[in-house]
Design a protein. Structure first.
Length: 372
């Protein structure tokens, strides 16, 4: 009897020990409202999301990124009039106790419509993507977390065939690779995934040996994610609702697969938004706005090829950004137009997601970021 009781207690302790609480920061498209960044705590044992601290004042913080040491948070402010100079901005915050943020400084991106920010792996540089301006701004990050003035503004050139959406360049997101030697940038307006070499000296980028990968005309690349080994890149295209698989070769990257993010029987209007790989890289997830779903792909780790296995309703409208918990157990969706964040449980064996029935209401959530 005592032995059985001990086994039960050990089992309960193991379950309790595996459950974690994570801090989640949410950026919003607040349309000029005073409050912009919200913080929550997520309990992985219950799937509950609870408000952690009072919201932070920030003007249209459309995208967030967090330093690897969890000390600093950066927000891209999608505005067009910072300092009355027709520019967007980036705000730097120190993360203090209980999910509170302390503003360090705010700097101009020298270009309007800043919609995305990302940090280099060593945390010494930040790249901001400016949708309206069609450009990338590079900043040094100081040891105290503050941003220095921009060291470089890279202006993209060109257009695409989709009227009103591709009349000019529209840089939508940028990411450094794991080595920190390259910066990639998805430009929706010109159908290109740009590839830049990055140097810590002077915090500077320049076109790589292969300066870009061209997507199909009218594809509209928006976001992308890397496989853990860096061999594959998964690009989600907003305008033609596709996921593109790129494989690294001696020349750079080549397209090896283009697959729809929508079921064959869907005939309505939809636009892709975000993409993430599962921590174990066995699955790829993408969001569809209009169809209002998360598409789930199984992934062949050897070839990188995708196979769609699920189209799960998001229980909301217009899924902008979504994120997976650090342990890969849950997927949370920011539904911009229905003003809610919905919570899904991930089956780690099949990769499929199931709505937990839990959600929180929040005005126009657009970006979700967990502390690392």
């Amino acid at each position: 009897m005592k032995k059985s009781l001990s086994i039960i207690l050990l089992g309960l302790l193991a379950l309790t020990g595996s459950a974690k609480k994570y801090t989640l920061f949410v950026g919003t498209n607040n349309g000029g409202a005073t409050e912009g960044i919200f913080s929550y705590t997520f309990d992985s044992s219950t799937g509950d999301l609870q408000v952690l601290s009072k919201p932070v004042v920030s003007d249209n913080p459309m995208f967030l990124c967090i330093s690897k040491d969890n000390k600093f948070l950066y927000a891209g402010n999608e505005i067009n009039n910072f300092d009355e100079k027709g520019s967007g901005a980036v705000s730097a915050f120190r993360i203090v106790k209980d999910g509170q943020l302390e503003l360090l400084n705010q700097v101009s991106t020298q270009s309007p419509g800043t919609c995305h920010v990302t940090l280099s792996p060593n945390g010494k540089a930040l790249a901001a993507s400016n949708y309206t301006g069609g450009s990338i701004t590079i900043f040094p990050v100081r040891s105290d977390g503050k941003l220095g003035e921009a060291t470089q503004l890279i202006q993209h050139e060109g257009n695409g065939p989709v009227k009103d959406r591709q009349d000019a360049p529209h840089a939508h997101s940028s990411l450094f690779d794991a080595s920190g030697k390259y910066l990639f940038s998805a430009d929706l307006g010109i159908d290109e995934l740009k590839i830049y070499r990055f140097s810590d000296e002077g915090i500077h980028i320049e076109p790589g040996q292969m300066p870009f990968v061209k997507m199909a005309p009218g594809a509209g690349p928006r976001h992308f994610d890397f496989s853990n080994d860096g061999r594959f890149i998964y690009v989600i295209n907003e305008l033609d609702e596709t996921m593109v698989v790129l494989e690294k070769d001696k020349q750079g990257f080549k397209i090896i697969q283009v697959v729809s993010t929508l079921p064959e029987d869907f005939s309505g209007e939809s636009f892709c938004a975000d993409v993430h790989l599962s921590p174990d890289n066995r699955f790829v997830y993408g969001s569809n706005r209009g169809h209002n779903s998360i598409v789930v792909f199984s992934r062949d780790p050897r070839t990188g090829i995708l196979n769609p296995i699920q189209y799960a309703p998001v229980e909301g409208n217009w899924p902008r950004n979504f994120t997976l918990t650090p342990d890969g157990g849950y997927l949370l969706v920011a539904n911009q137009k229905s003003n809610n964040i919905t919570i899904f449980k991930i089956d780690k064996t099949s990769g499929k997601i199931t709505y937990t029935g839990k959600q929180v209401q929040l005005l126009a959530p657009v970006c979700l970021k967990f502390l690392n």
